[in-house]
Design a protein around this ligand. Sequence first.
Ligand code: FES
Length: 264
Amino acid sequence: MGRKFVEDAIVVSNEQLASCIWKLVLKSEQAAVAILPGQFVHLQVDGGLTAMLRRPFSITDVDKAEGTIEITYEIKGKGTQMMTEWQAGHKTNIMAPLGNSWLATVDEGAEINHALLVGGGVGAAPMFMLAKNMVAEGKKVDVVLGARTKELLVLEEKYAGLGLNSLVCATDDGTYGEAGFCTIPAIRMIDENDYDYVATCGPTPVMSAVAAAAVGKVKNVEVSMEERMACGVGACKTCVVDTVNGKVKSCDCGPVFSAEVIKW
Ligand code: FES
């Protein structure tokens, strides 16, 4: 694992994308250039009375030339609610990059020609850089994005600009794209194509259904267990994952795992 940086980052913009989802862009002196797809950042939510209030956030994108980090966050409690108040120029202390990255469980030199990435809800965020890199490397990339309703499908436009082989959206309530869970098109596509890599991130039922369809058929299947994290630094144990190698903390040993080792 590479070097971690602890530094003050400055808010460049903080924009509401949906009723409960925001996009935060931070300017970082050092960390941005070191971030790999799938890694996360530990961010100080409040520098005042509750200075210990730090939270892990997955990273949607980085602009290495500008030194900026883009985070897509969902309001889940007091800390994330407070973050919505941040204006450009606000300073927050960050620790990054943390965790392993996508492809960490794939043999070096393994040939990946056709990949499927499945993101449920804000689980689509940590897969964006992976998709971007794979497309830049000339790989054929299919993406399935799912959300409860159209309004929450906030990353569709960003993914659509990548030049993917295909982009399929699904909403649980049928307000946009295919009606129903994103696992329906994902499982169909796994069945119909010869993927050599499948990655998924999102609610556990999404990941477990995708893993069940892909493991055994697709050589490399990875999942990111980041959704369960609370402290992000090994202290709270909310992120414990049951694996064939015993119980492990996903913030320490992940967030990316081979789907084959997870006991769902
Ligand atoms: Fe707290 Fe992993 S998130 S121990």
